[in-house]
Design a protein around this ligand. Sequence first.
Ligand code: SAH
Ligand code: AVI
Length: 332
Amino acid sequence: MAVLARYRKARAATEASSAMVAEVRAGLLKDPPEIPCKYFYDDAGSRLFEEITRLPEYYQTRTEERILEKNADAVVARFRPTELVELGSGASRKTRVLLDAMARARLLKRCVLFDINERSLQESLRGLAAAYPGLEARGVAGDFATDLGAIGKSTQRRLAIFLGGTIGNLLPSAVPAFLAGLAALLSNGDGFLLGVDLVKDPARLHAAYNDAAGVTARFNRNILKVVNEALAGDFDAAAFEHVAFYDPERSWIEMRLRALRPTRVRVRGAGIDRTFEAGDEIRTEISCKYTRASLMELLPGTGLQLVDWLTDDEGLFALAVLERDRSRPTAA
Ligand code: SAH
Ligand code: AVI
């Protein structure tokens, strides 16, 4: 059977880069300044994230994979999907656990990957095309906060997945609208698996974001190189140190870059010229940690309801099994 593996961009490159100018400018003018975390993921940043997933301290990836392996057949039996849709797909390794379960159930037909990094999409699509002959695989490159509509509706029964705890990188206040946007791509009774990192001992969280090998620090500083390259900036990454701490009031990890000495920065493409004093910080990421209850608070009005909650023995990570509300009319 012919293999279809293609990808397209949700927005023209010029539009995406003018969005970056506006976002980086607005972020750096904030007090305290910030750079949106989606800009971590150029090719080097995506490789560094993959390295993070293999670190002994970063329990998230391997824990989620084990939960998936244990439950994939049951999830597939429940929703009987013929099409898998993955947001923030990255290297798409865990994707295969579900594709295998769909293939075992003789349901597998289609797969849609959505990611901001085009190379990750291309490599993942190539890998899936080779591993699953006959799979109709396509990719959409875009920002899941704004471009989900580019995925389009489907007549297939869909299972959407958003793994890795990436939902935690959105502000909780932005999550309901994001979930409603995702629900609009589904039909009544379709499923959605959402990976959430759970509230736990702060020491465990601290270790996961301050690994001994310093990979997370390199990942964090890489964002300055991304800004320099895309927007003619002159950030000296060596003048900033990695900071990551758990904020128990907000239940999130916050990553920052702290200036080690006074440093002047110009980002010509974004019209920025400012000095950071020693100790000044730029927020680069939040990573929210949830409980079943705090996640459920975000669901009303989204069109999604929680039908199962799958965790590991230590309660480190959870897969929320959500269903597109059957009582709602499906959007046209
Ligand atoms: N799902 C994989 C990868 C998680 S890393 C896993 O569980 O291991 C987060 C992924 O989301 C990366 O592949 C990154 O490129 C992508 N990403 C981050 N912000 C994004 C955004 N705003 N829109 C689309 N993709 C994004
Ligand atoms: C992709 N995301 C869920 C990761 C996280 O843990 O928030 C990104 C990351 N940041 C530091 N380490 C990993």
